[in-house]
Structure formats: C-alpha cells, structure tokens
Design a protein. Sequence first.
Length: 254
Amino acid sequence: MLLVVDVGNTQTHFGTYSGDELLEHWRFATVRTSTADELGAALRALLELRGIGLADLDGSIISSTVPQLEPEWIRMGKRYLGHDTLAVGPGLRTAMPIRIDNPRELGADRLVNAVAAFDQVAGPVISVDFGTAVNYDVVSGKGEYLGGVIAPGVEVSLDALTTRGAKLPKIDLLAPRHAIGKSTVEAIRSGIIYGFAAQVDGIVKRLVEELGEDAEVIATGGLASHIVPFTTVIDAIDEDLTLKGLKLLHERNS
C-alpha cells in the first residue's frame, strides 16, 4: 500500500493507494512546527479510522511547499513506516522536461499537478490549483512543463480584505444570489466568487493564446468547487489530482 502526502501551506492532503485505487484520503491543517513523532501519531490515528495500520504502508512519497516539514515527514517514514520516503524535488525522475529559467525553483505541488494533468489528457493541458495561492501550470502537447501563473488565493484575499477593512465582516463562500449585492455580505461574496471566476477565465484565455494550441483545463484544490461553477474555461474538476501525480512519480522512481 502506498502513502501519498501533499503538504500545502494551509492544509495537508494525504491518501493511501492499493494498486490504482485511492482507498481513502484526508485533509488536516498544516502545522509548521510538527515533529516526526507528531506526524506519525496523527497519521496512525487517521489510518486506524479506516482499519489501516502503519505496517500496511510499504511505500510513501511526499511533496511539500513548507521546507521545514519535508525532513520531518521523511524522518517519520524512516522511524514509523520502516522505509525511505521519496520527496518531490531535484533528482526525482518525472519524465517531463521543465522549460523554465530555473527548474529548481519550481514548487513541488505545481510539478506534481502538471505530471498528473498531462497523464490524464496526453496533450496540451493547464492545471488550476485553488489553494493558498491559485497556481496555473501549463504543459505543452509534447509533455513539456512551460511555466505558469501564481496569484493570491481565495482565502488569502478574503482574509486580507476583512482584516484591512475594519467594518467588513468575514463571510462563508456560498454562491452569490446576484452580481449586485444587496448587503455588505452579499457584495463581498459576489466580489470574491465572480472576481476569481473572471480571473480564471481571463488568465486561462491568455495562457491558451500564448501557448498557441487548444488545451484542456483541469481544476483542483479544496476551493475549486466554489469557483469553477462560475467559470467558462474549466473542463473538469479533479480534487485528487495532486495525489494521482504523486502516485505516478512514485511509480517512475521505484
């Protein structure tokens, strides 16, 4: 059984694969000060909820956007799983040429999404990941990672708005009833939902134009379902895209 772990700035998303089947997956808040022992305890507790033991895991791979947590997860794997955990980064075989100025600066999560998206489409593809940032990653028809766009995320923008605006309340990300908000809450909700939807449509159209070929567009990330229904350019939502990419990379390095 394979453990796949995506450590994001806000949430950690991990799951277990048996062959090609994703048996179960979980999300929990990323705590940057977590130790290997704490990660092992949290992992064991969640796995046991589904009758899975640490001894059942014979392989593991991690992608992390939090530098201090990557070595802790690796130590956790060595101590509690009894094997070396693969980490997405320089030296890992991806089968995807990286055509950017400095390949070493490419975020692990962005690379993993690009690998998974191209594997699904087998052609030009753009992944849009709604996380702490909104990441747009572009892969050519030849399977080359070309680069992308990083924009502030939905929750980051909403937190900044309500923190800086003393009289602006925090809101839930519900679908707006109208574009013209009849209250402050409705106005903020309209601005966030329609604003990000318009951003996605505008950026993707520019990326496709610059790419010079039609591309499939796959959305992922915990907040994708809130924004995607109001866009016109997204072809599919795959909330497990990153986990699928981690599984592919583990296979290519085993």
